[in-house]
Design a protein around this ligand. Structure first.
Ligand SMILES: Nc1ncnc2c1ncn2[C@@H]1O[C@H](COP(=O)(O)OP(=O)(O)OP(=O)(O)O)[C@@H](O)[C@H]1O
Length: 237
């Protein structure tokens, strides 16, 4: 399926809708007019509400965001077409693109390779739209290390507390006890990474409408000064 730039997690296939300041770059709207559209990196612990927030954004602004097409080595399914659902490529071609550093991130699931290419992100930009990359901290580190020229705005979606994260993951009903522990353990590392100042903007997803409004102002209106502060999780860690 076409998706915004994706995190390539297995959940992407099927259920995931979205495969992720400095004062000179605050005005996304103005940047669009000037042809300087920045990709938006959205990152945050699993269960913090990234998909929920992005879904609202896409509904409210259907024309503002572009869809990047992922690469895969799996065979097309009925109804899927090349360059629309995915770029369907051979394993040799995929590996060749990996070697040429053509992927922002790539991963293998169930014997098939998937990747978000730099070209796919740039194609969205060329089309005059913002590409949202919903990726994990590993992906953020890869972009910073290898593809910093993409110059994204790094947005961290934070839970109000680790306890609330646990409640949301439980409420979503998608996780086994084992997966829940793994996600919560990963969250601690992700929050530490956010604390290091890796993100331009933090949005605390406490009340959904409030958080959505902050995210909307940051992404659509370029008002990064409306963003939140990272909560202090030290009493919970
Ligand atoms: N502000 C909020 N208040 C309460 N519940 C919320 C809020 N935002 C999202 N949720 C709920 O929390 C659960 C997790 O949200 P969601 O699936 O959007 O998280 P996610 O960050 O995209 O997770 P993953 O990275 O695992 O895909 C969902 O059941 C969602 O309805």
């Amino acid at each position: 399926m076409p998706s915004t730039c994706s995190s390539l997690r297995p959940r992407q296939e099927g259920s995931r809708l979205f495969p992720r300041p400095n004062s000179s770059i605050l005005h996304v709207g103005m940047s669009v007019a000037a042809g300087l559209i920045r990709p938006i990196v959205i990152c945050g612990p699993s269960g913090t509400g990234k998909s929920t927030l992005l879904k609202k954004l896409f509904i409210d602004y259907p024309d503002k965001f572009g869809f990047s097409i992922s690469h895969t080595t799996r065979a097309p399914r009925p109804g899927e077409s090349h360059g629309v659902s995915y770029h369907f490529v051979t394993r040799d071609d995929f590996v060749d693109l990996v070697k040429r550093d053509g992927f922002i991130e790539h991963a293998e699931f169930s014997g098939n390779m998937y990747g978000t290419s730099v070209q796919a992100v740039e194609d969205v930009k060329k089309g005059g739209k913002m590409c949202i990359l919903d990726i994990d901290t590993q992906g953020v580190k890869l972009i910073k290390a290898n593809h910093a020229y993409l110059n994204p705005l790094y947005v961290f979606i934070s839970p109000p507390s680790i306890a609330s994260l646990k409640t949301r993951l439980t409420g979503r009903g998608t996780e086994s006890a084992e997966s829940m522990s793994a996600r919560l353990a990963a969250a601690v590392g992700e929050l530490e990474y956010a604390k290091s100042g890796a993100f331009d903007v933090v949005v605390v997803n406490d009340d959904l409408e409030r958080a959505y409004n902050v995210l909307r102002q940051v992404i659509v209106e370029g008002k990064t000064d409306e963003a939140d502060k990272l909560p202090d999780f030290s009493s919970e860690a």
